[in-house]
Design a protein around this ligand. Structure first.
Ligand SMILES: [Zn+2]
Length: 350
């Protein structure tokens, strides 16, 4: 039947060819003659590979290979350099061939849902046009840092995997608008998530999250799903902590950062400001500093992880949930913690 369809197609110059649900084990080689096709549907067959002749469809923009039996990315895909949308959902993919990924520079949409992927190869970063990446219901345990180089990514879906964290550099994805991570084992979201300044939707339901990153409140979120997480509860217990003695390294770092921040004209040419230029490693180290939520001063390593509870509706302007959301706050010292007039709570474990 597929052959009849192909013969018919060969008589015209079709832009679209639909070979869905035809029980095909193989794609007929004659397909190579249809070099005018832009949209090819091969969904719902029994394909384990694709013929080399497919490489003649050099104009192909949309290819649907969902619901087949592919165990590897067919090598011929590397020649389909005009491909913009690729559906591979519900196959048996265990790996993504780096060679194929490297040539998919025009791909904007990739659906890999319901496969057997355990990780992405670093070459995922070659998909520089990618805007939508969906990898729901695979076996991912981690994401490579290279995924953070997909700077055009607007939507990322990885629900139903085994992820325990996201790369620390996740905030490089500045165009991300929708993030779906429900049903994983994520314990912590990276602080850099606060840099995804277009993020409107986040679904982190059914994970192992206790607290949200410091800058969550600065994101333009409209919807957030966070049910079924062991989120910190707002049950205040009074406690006063003794002030601690900081390490010499920490004291020095705080002193240097305070001096460098001082914009007073007399300090502009200070010895420290001139000297630091010759120590790039120290500059890098100081770039990792955090800011105290109470006094606003910078600190390097020693901090107190606290929590503030913000109202989902009035503070975060979320439309889909109500109640309090725990957001991380870092304090520089017990002195700041013990001071009056702030809304930060220490975290107690039962
Ligand atoms: Zn402080």
């Amino acid at each position: 039947m597929a052959d009849t369809l192909l013969v018919r197609a060969l008589k015209g110059k079709p832009k679209t060819l639909n070979l869905c649900n035809k029980k095909l084990n193989k794609v007929p080689r004659a397909i190579g003659k249809l070099d005018c096709v832009l949209h090819l549907q091969l969904r719902g067959n029994k394909l384990k590979d694709l013929p080399n002749e497919l490489s003649h469809l050099f104009q192909l923009q949309i290819l649907n290979l969902g619901n087949n039996e592919l165990e590897d990315l067919p090598e011929v895909l590397e020649y389909l350099t005009m491909l913009e949308k690729l559906h591979l959902f519900n196959n048996q993919l265990q790996n993504l061939s780096p060679k194929v990924l490297t040539n998919m520079r025009n791909l904007t949409f990739l659906n890999l849902n319901s496969n057997q992927l355990k990780t992405f190869p670093p070459e995922i970063c070659r998909l520089t046009s990618l805007q939508h990446l969906s990898v729901d219901y695979n076996k991912l345990t981690e994401l490579p840092v290279e995924i953070c180089a997909l700077l055009r990514l607007e939507e990322f879906r990885a629900a139903g995997n085994q992820l325990t964290s996201l790369p620390l550099e996740f905030g490089f994805l500045v165009n991300l608008e929708k993030l779906y991570l429900q049903k994983n084992k994520i314990r912590e979201l990276p602080e850099s998530l606060g840099k995804c300044y277009k993020l409107r939707v986040i679904d982190i339901a059914a994970n192992e999250l206790r607290i949200f990153p410091t800058e969550l409140g600065d994101l333009p979120l409209k919807e957030m799903y966070c049910e079924e997480n062991p989120l910190l509860q707002h049950i205040p217990v009074h406690s006063v902590q003794e002030e601690e003695v900081l390490s010499l390294k920490e004291i020095t770092a705080r002193y240097v950062m305070k001096e460098l921040k001082d914009r007073h004209p007399e300090k502009r040419w200070s010895y420290l400001r001139r000297a630091i230029r010759h120590y790039p490693q120290i500059k890098d180290m100081l770039a990792q500093a955090s800011k105290c939520s109470v006094c606003g001063e910078s600190f390097l390593n020693t901090w107190l992880e606290c929590v503030r509870f913000v109202d989902a509706k009035s503070d975060l302007h979320l439309t889909n949930i109500t109640g309090l959301v725990p957001i991380r706050a870092l304090l520089c010292s017990y002195k700041c913690f013990n001071s009056a007039g702030h809304q930060y709570y220490g975290v107690a474990f039962p």
